[in-house]
Ligand binder design. Structure first.
Ligand code: SF4
Length: 312
């Protein structure tokens, strides 16, 4: 695969993730220029007096582009790097979080879906399911959409049933499909680090996805699958009663907020999902592909932590 094909594959991947914005992921100026040089049409071979001139060495393919072709590399969530502040203690998070008086402005920027006293929960077909465990049994046996036919098992979600903080991703991947647990593997490990950075353990939060069975080959969920599965998520939210929801990635954010707005424009605001503050950030799997998003993710989770603290 030449440089042009690598760049195309990289951009296709970003587009499939719903991203319309493009940043040079951690590439230095020299690396970026080298990539551009590699895409230029090569000059016709020179003759006569130039025969003694040594041809330039091919420019190396920058690391971010190599990563696309060679698979994802494990990354530690040590994104503070660019920020001088250390990353990993709650005190640090609080000390550099947005000012509390900034919260009103952030709420004003957010999308409001439903109201705290709305009818969403009352209309839910699972409104009489009394516990998360009981709901998980229904999910395990669910055949409402085609995904149960290809998935190995259901991944209902797990965590503290009384959590104040709830994480919602898109759908199970291969590792989750093997184990039945949400957010395992590299992306799951990164989520654990992200939560630890704001002084939350996985035992303290509830983690789930919009879809409870894995789409084949991790393809995008289809609208009828989302329609069939969403009531489970709604009931989970109703049972857990979180004080903050963290939507991980484009799909979860756009589904919960009923919008097609790109994630880059949803971040930074505090939205409301039936009265519950909702913060949007990048999916951990996206961070593995794009380390440049770790810094904005850190800003997002600091905001989520501040909203959580302010709710107590
Ligand atoms: S993805 Fe959701 S709606 Fe589809 S079969 Fe699984 S639990 Fe049922």
């Amino acid at each position: 695969m030449d440089g042009r094909e690598r760049l195309r594959a990289y951009l296709e991947q970003r587009r499939e993730m719903g991203e319309s914005e493009f940043m040079l992921d951690g590439m230095s100026v020299v690396e970026a220029l080298a990539a551009i040089d590699k895409l230029r049409p090569s000059k016709p071979p020179q003759t006569s007096r130039s025969t003694n001139v040594k041809a330039p060495e091919p420019a190396p393919v920058p690391a971010p582009l190599r990563g696309v072709a060679e698979g994802h590399r494990a990354q530690s969530f040590d994104a503070r790097p660019q920020a001088a502040a250390p990353f990993g203690t709650h005190e640090t998070a609080k000390s550099s979080s947005p000012a509390t008086d900034d919260l009103a402005a952030r709420f004003a920027q957010g999308i409001v879906i439903g109201s705290a006293g709305g009818t969403l929960f009352e209309q839910n077909p699972y409104r009489d399911v009394a516990s998360l465990a009981e709901l998980a049994k229904l999910i395990d046996a669910c055949t409402l959409c085609r995904l149960h036919e290809t998935a190995k098992c259901a991944v209902p979600g797990e965590g503290n049933p009384d959590a104040d903080f709830m994480c919602v991703g898109e759908a199970p991947g291969a590792n989750e499909d093997e184990t039945g647990h949400p957010f395992v593997g590299q992306a799951g490990g990164l989520l654990t680090k992200i939560l630890a950075a704001i002084d939350l353990s996985r035992d303290q939060v509830f983690i789930t996805n919009v879809l409870k069975h894995r789409p084949p080959a991790n393809r995008n969920p289809l609208p009828d699958e989302v329609d069939a599965c969403s009531p489970y998520l709604v009931r989970q939210i109703q049972l857990v009663k979180p004080k903050v929801i963290l939507a991980l990635g484009t799909f979860a954010a756009q589904t919960l907020l009923e919008t097609k707005t790109p994630i880059g424009k949803l971040r930074g605001a505090i939205h409301r999902y039936h009265g519950i503050p909702l913060i949007v950030t990048y999916h951990p799997a996206a961070l593995l592909r794009n380390p440049a998003w770790k810094r904005p993710t850190w800003e997002d989770v600091k905001l989520a932590r501040l909203v959580l603290d302010s709710s107590k």
